[in-house]
Design a binder for this molecule. Sequence first.
Ligand code: PRX
Length: 654
Amino acid sequence: MSENGSTQLFQPPVDFVKQATISGMGAYEALCAEARSDYTGYWARLAREHVTWKEPFTQVLDETNAPFFKWFADGKLNASYNCLDRNIEAGLGDKVAILSETDDGALRSVTYKQLLARVCQLANGLRARGIKKGDRVIIYMAMGIEGVVAMLACARIGAIHSVVFGGFSAQSVRDRINDAGAVAVLTTDEQCRGGKKLPLKPAVDEAIALGGCETVKTIVVFKRTGGECAMVPSRDVWWDDVVAGQPEQCDPEWVEAEHPLFLLYTSGSTGKPKGVQHSTAGYLLHAIVTTKWTFDLKPHDIFWCTADIGWITGHTYVTYGPLACGATQMVFEGVPTYPDAGRFWKMIETHKVSIFYTAPTAIRSLIKAADTTPAVAPTNYDLSSLRLLGTVGEPINPAAWLWYYNNVGGGHCPIVDTFWQTETGGHMITPLPGVTPMVPGSCTLPFPGIAATIVDETGTEVPPGKGGLFVVTKPWPSMIRTIWNDPERFKRSYYPDDFQGRYYLAGDGAVRDATTGYFTITGRIDDVLNVSGHRLGTMEVESALVSHPMVAEAAVVGRPDDLTGEAICAFVVLKGARPVGEAAAKTVKELQDHVAKAIGGIAKPKDIRFGENLPKTRSGKIMRRLLRALAKGETVAQDVSTLENPAILEQLRA
Ligand code: PRX
């Protein structure tokens, strides 16, 4: 049974099973058995079969410096070679690699040969500006072909990219440049979303002006809209000028398997966002194998993952997975509701998308739109090209799952509810579409080779039906290698002493079903929020709030939200008097804008409540449990005896 009560089993369609790469439970169990009996042999076999190596590896897993594990360490390879050259060598040069649709509906496409040429030109251009192996490069770009080109050009020369989502603020860009010590920023003049033009290059300028970005020597600007942008001579250069005259060939930098392919900043429960460091080989291997097995990718598929490259989903299932598998994929710049909420369905119809992967939040917002405007319901479109659906990023409620299954998938497409994280690199717990009977709301079973279980606080495995902490019991190739600049935080966050280094601690709660053994994720167990599938730390939002001169103190909690999964609820104490009425509304707006400026629009608190104080224990600790209950509108009569100031609850309830 899934956490939200669904028990209905949906068998994978017979026709799907027949053609699936991993077909039937027997095939799945055979892979799991192989991994159990010879764990490293299993991953070594996959690494030899699916990755193209310049120099083969002889070592598989190196645990000598646990938990800083190494995989395939003496092998050499290049990720862009695996995504481009090897496909062309296999005869796919004229196959469309990327079909792109911009916000305003303009279409472009590139073949594998053209993509390689563009990646090489940019890579040569970056090399010409002195950017080399190991340098960090920030990518803050609109979603489109060039974003992918930017990532692969970095990989080509061994530079470590760090993509920053275009919705993050200048201050967030500054923090990431600073932490990564980036030498270059690749950006776009403006991006277009929902018919609006949003400046990116000006935000980079603002980031640099904030200080602490002295390492940046080059800013490359792709002209997307022709919008106004100031160019600083010698530092700023147009993309077109960087690639002009550059050869369409570029020798790949062959890097060690463990060479960092990228850093991707994500939120934790404490402190600033952390730079999750991924390796080249292990990461790429899992990107490839999960794309092939979870999505059952075939040569004729049109694959569409709607994620932005600013998130891990866009790294693994836009850039690296599909391209390394030689797929044709859609890349979309805009939002699902523009020009209307039929946009996704229209695009699936037009481009004959066969595999579609999106977030529960998008599904829920499109359900709501279809309810109010029946003309944009998916049933008005020809979605017969679809053969597989996927979801990612947050739990999917059974009602949304069923709607997706029936109205988008026409009742004949399996849904893969994939559970994973920035840190895991690729899918961890997921149905395989030709194998796993599905239960709405459950991510079902581990991907073959992933050793996962649920334990209690003492590290003891809990029996089925009992909730606990989701852990991974063996290192796997695509796991996070460290946190950039902060190995101690890596250990503390993922391999805490409580478990003597035995488990990778994901930070999620989970429960397994007694009959099926299926996992259901019950949500974060730390102070990390998941708003519309975007991860945010409560501390980050609190720091943003208290950086406003009016704010004395702030505490942030999540509360369930029908549309966004979780919503941010902030309890704020001002330095001046507690505002009421009109003044309160004005202050709410001001603080929301302030948080958007500090972090990005996604971090805006939905609710802000003002109190003269916060509920605290006699020792001064904020009682978040009570705040969570208040945010949900629950009564909090029980156990307030330890409260220093019980009267405050009444005020905050309002
Ligand atoms: O809480 C889990 C939730 O998203 C978190 C990871 O967020 P992030 O690193 O941003 O990566 C999102 C895309 C992989 C997890 O710790 N989560 C992700 N997928 C699911 C999920 N929760 C439930 N079901 C899922 N399928």
